[in-house]
Design a protein around this ligand. Structure first.
Ligand code: THU
Length: 133
């Protein structure tokens, strides 16, 4: 068990750190490790648009650099009417580095949320099991 409200709050806070220079679309993420630490992420854009990095990957790569390897949940917050879902690229990265059992909490602009398992967001996913012996 973990404090879902706190994780949502942290994702909303992280949104204010976004640098969405071109899209003006602010996204925040809060990633919870299995031993209870929270890492924040926000989207960062550059003039070469495709080099943009999403909030989810910022949080995850920050955590990985700190030596974290086991994750429980991620909350993703946007200023959207609907619950903000991770993009396809982030689903793949989360699947590879966190696994399908990760809780993904989608948060809308009112702070309302919807929880799904990553495997529900990325069914029949590609992964290292297809090429690793
Ligand atoms: N974005 C995220 O950070 N996470 C998502 O789940 C969806 C999209 C960012 C990428 C880009 O900076 C902006 O939102 C618009 O696509």
């Amino acid at each position: 068990m973990y404090n879902r409200k706190e994780l949502i709050q942290k994702a909303i806070e992280a949104k204010s750190k976004a640098l969405p220079t071109y899209s003006n679309f602010h996204v925040g993420a809060a990633l919870l490790t299995k031993d209870g630490k929270i890492y924040l992420g926000a989207n960062i854009e550059t003039s070469s648009y495709s080099l943009t990095i999403c909030a989810e990957r910022t949080a995850l790569f920050t955590a990985i650099l700190e030596g974290e390897r086991k994750f429980k949940a991620i909350a993703v917050a946007g200023d959207t009417e609907d619950y903000l879902p991770p993009c396809g690229a982030c689903r793949q990265v989360l699947s590879d580095l966190c696994g399908g059992d990760l809780d993904v909490i989608l948060v809308n602009k009112k702070g309302k949320s919807k929880k799904l398992k990553l495997r529900e967001l990325l069914p029949y996913s590609f992964g290292e099991e297809f090429f690793k012996k």
